[in-house]
Design a protein around this ligand. Structure first.
Ligand code: PGA
Length: 246
């Protein structure tokens, strides 16, 4: 596990984007699973800048998303897919045939989760998963209580997660459930990139990195993965007791 605390979030985001650039130089057709949320926005902007400057191309990647809330917009667009279209896929030149998303409008949600799981497997699994961390320690929509062996499935969202999800959007949408890749899908990835910034994440970052590995804090399972890189700002790192910092 590598933990980088950068003086500013801009710098952390730039270094995190460099991890993706390095991967794509080694493996242009990497399978990448993208997070939605406020946390990775700056990193995505940096990544798109690298694409525009010709330093890297996303033209051969396979793209998946970590999760998708169960409520769709008035135009029936799944919200997280729309986020990734706006921040990564369209500006980064990723085309539809390269992208897979979880469809919360599917008639049979269990079948949709099985389809997604099979697509991940057929792609060869994730080379890289980009993760934020929830205020309650969730990873993707794997809320506290999710098992280490969980796979892609429908889940109920914790109240804090519903609130955070709703805050991304204007309007009256209520977010009670979602579809998510499982903890096992995430932990099977060859490489993990975890981002956290701001004081509100400090306590959960400390628990995830230095606390007991437990279903109570799904992000604590990251301690068991051999290739995790954390990118933090000083505020998010402010409660680390030093055990993990070199
Ligand atoms: P955030 O959400 O990036 O908007 O903080 C992260 C999460 O809840 O997983």
């Amino acid at each position: 596990m590598e933990i980088q605390v950068n003086p500013t979030w801009e710098e952390a985001s730039r270094h995190a984007a460099d991890v993706i650039v390095e991967l794509l130089r080694r493996k242009p057709n990497a399978v990448i699973c993208f997070a939605t949320g406020n946390t990775p926005k700056l990193m995505y902007r940096e990544l798109v800048r690298c694409v525009r400057e010709g330093r890297v191309s996303l033209a051969d990647i396979r793209a998946f998303a970590l999760d998708e809330p169960g409520t769709v917009s008035e135009t029936n667009v799944p919200f997280f897919r729309a986020f990734l279209d706006e921040h990564v896929y369209e500006p980064g030149g990723v085309q539809d045939f390269q992208i897979d998303s979880l469809n919360p409008l599917a008639d049979d949600l269990d079948a949709e989760c099985r389809r997604y799981q099979a697509a991940i497997r057929e792609a060869g699994g994730f080379d890289l998963v980009i993760l934020g961390i929830g205020l309650n320690g969730h990873l993707a929509y794997n809320e506290p209580g999710s098992t280490r062996s969980s796979r892609t499935r429908r889940v109920q969202l914790a109240p804090s997660t519903s609130q955070v999800t709703a805050a991304y959007y204007t309007g009256e949408s209520a977010f009670e459930w979602g579809l998510t890749v499982g903890l096992a899908d995430i932990l099977d990835a060859k490489q993990l990139l975890v981002l956290a910034n701001g004081e509100s994440k400090a306590a959960i970052v400390q628990q995830a990195l230095e606390g007991a590995v437990s279903e109570r804090v799904p992000a604590s399972f990251l301690q068991e993965h051999g290739a995790v890189r954390w990118f933090l700002d000083p505020a998010a790192a402010s409660q680390l007791r030093g055990k993990t910092l070199s």
